[in-house]
Design a binder for this molecule. Structure first.
Ligand code: UGY
Ligand code: MN
Length: 281
């Protein structure tokens, strides 16, 4: 065969081969199939617009996290976009530790890979494994320590006081949170934080079976930071319709029209930051 003569042995189809291919051949052999797109130089699904952003894994950029040791961070949502919170991935390596957030900043960490140990001054230390999370109130001394490796998704914001309410340390895991009523909707909903007024945000875990979608075509004052944990589907943001899959992150500014339809063969699950319980004025 041709490839035996040496250097010119690329497996791709040459121009003369194309002409001899049967009619409709490209339908089943597309040159920009999903597998090709993954490696296409310069190609990304990421988008950054005034009222929303989609940040897909090939665009995540890691650098050392200030105040943490042996940890790389990728800030995915920050106030530079108009948000009042930050959302970042923290990739903790062998023998790594967290730093403390700045004064008056509350924090929620959710483990997506590996395990960390949470230590604070009062209680004994707690191991956080995949699917578990901790809420750390503002000015609450704590340390997250990792022996092997862990990937955390972290949310932080300046706590907005309301009267004399105060928040408390919370440790839990998604699978232990009860399913909540979702009148008019079909997705399954769990919340990671109490719904009481003390908390100025919550994290929703939303599950959709393939074919299920949001009934409400939502437009609301709240902001969102979303991580798709499982599955695939179409996210509508404003007038744009984005194919999305596990690992994708979305920023939704206040009032951006938003809708999700789950596709594929498996459950979609996403984790969603939402500011709640405060007067927008
Ligand atoms: N985009 C969303 O999934 N939004 C949620 N349903 C919410 O705002 O509660
Ligand atoms: Mn919403």
């Amino acid at each position: 065969s041709k490839s035996d003569d040496g250097f010119c042995s690329a497996p791709s189809i040459t121009e003369s081969d194309e002409k001899t291919k049967p009619i409709y051949w490209k339908v089943t052999n597309p040159t920009l199939s999903p597998s090709h797109l993954q490696d296409l130089p310069g190609y990304t699904r990421s988008v950054y617009k005034r009222d929303h952003a989609l940040i897909t894994p090939e665009s995540h950029v890691y650098s050392p996290l200030p105040d943490w040791t042996n940890t790389l961070g990728a800030y995915l949502i920050t106030p530079a976009m108009g948000s009042h919170f930050v959302m970042f991935f923290a990739k903790m390596k062998e023998m790594s530790s967290s730093g403390l957030p700045p004064k008056d900043i509350e924090r929620l960490v959710f483990v997506v890979e590996g395990a960390v140990t949470l230590t604070n001054t009062s209680s004994s230390s707690t191991k956080l494994t995949v699917d578990s999370y901790a809420y750390l109130p503002p000015n609450f001394y704590h340390s997250l320590d990792c022996v092997e490796s862990a990937t955390l998704v972290v949310f932080e914001r300046r706590y907005e006081h309301l009267g004399s309410h105060t928040t408390e340390l919370i440790v839990g895991s998604t699978d232990k949170q009860p399913l909540l009523e979702t009148p008019g909707e079909v997705f399954e909903l769990r919340k990671l934080l109490p719904v009481s007024l003390a908390y100025d945000f919550n994290i929703h875990i939303m599950d959709f079976q393939p074919g299920e979608f949001l009934n409400v075509k939502e437009v609301h004052y709240n902001q969102h930071g979303l991580l798709l944990l499982e599955g695939q589907g179409i996210y509508r943001l404003g007038d744009n319709w984005y194919p999305v899959q596990a690992g994708d992150v979305i920023w939704m500014a206040p009032f951006v029209p938003q809708w999700y339809g789950a596709l594929g063969k498996n459950r979609s699950r996403y984790l969603l930051y939402k500011d709640v319980n405060r007067n927008p004025l």
